[in-house]
Design a protein around this ligand. Structure first.
Ligand code: ITT
Length: 206
């Protein structure tokens, strides 16, 4: 079954392909599908923004090809309790979209310079939205809990992974392999929930 994933983030795409490998052998990014709709992520929640992306790509695919595709989208981000949940839905835009993550990560650690360990709680959240070929919509979400590290570490993953310390493994998410991260991550859990919902729904549609 063909899936178009409404993301322009190559790192997300890599994880998504691995997580959904046994569900679909045709997962296209919107660029691979030849789609570049204008997407205004002005929602106030991860759910709203995930739906905005999925609907925009679904509509563009239909407009250009007449084909109603299965479209998924991911909206995700880092919530830091000591910063009132920031950067949250603004995670990609925090300090500017083009600012390198070593600078963003250093700035967040600096903001928590006086914050003791027990108050450094944080989590990645992920909402996955689906628009089915018939137009029905589905949403799932999940999170992974951790602590903001005192310094970045780890060379795997992307974005804020080097500063989210994951207590069960005693290291940041950037120290885990892709497989290890996908097994516990916000994205891995939310996508596996979506896979279950889709399997039920698509079976009923047959
Ligand atoms: P698309 O909207 O095109 O999917 P994006 O990068 O703009 O790509 P978001 O709007 O969902 O995606 O922003 C999420 C940001 O949160 C992302 O750019 C990372 O900075 C961060 N983030 C999300 N998941 C992450 C993860 O697994 N590890 C590290 N950082 C993550």
């Amino acid at each position: 079954m063909k899936i178009i994933f409404a993301t322009g983030n190559q790192n997300k795409m890599r994880e998504i392909r691995e997580i959904l490998a046994d569900f679909s052998d045709e997962i296209l990014s919107m660029k691979e599908a030849g789609l570049s709709p204008e997407i205004v992520e002005d929602g106030e929640t991860f759910d709203e923004n995930a739906l905005i992306k999925a609907r925009a790509v679904y509509r563009e695919q239909f407009r250009l090809t007449g084909e109603r595709a299965l479209v998924l989208a991911d909206d995700s981000g880092l919530e830091i309790d000591a910063l009132g949940g920031a950067p949250g839905v603004y995670s990609a835009r925090f300090m500017g979209e083009d600012t390198p993550y070593d600078i963003k990560n250093a700035a967040l650690i600096e903001k928590l310079a006086d914050t003791p360990r027990e108050e450094r709680t944080a989590r990645f959240r992920c909402a996955i939205a689906a628009v089915l070929p018939g137009g029905d919509e589905l949403l799932t979400d999940a999170s992974v809990e951790g602590l903001i590290a005192y310094e970045p570490s780890g060379a795997n993953g992307f974005g804020y992974d080097p500063i989210l310390f994951y207590p069960p493994r005693g290291c940041t998410l950037a120290c885990l392999t892709d497989d290890e991260k996908n097994a516990v991550s916000h994205r891995g859990k939310a996508l596996r929930k979506m896979r279950e919902l889709l399997a039920d729904k698509l079976y009923l549609l047959k």
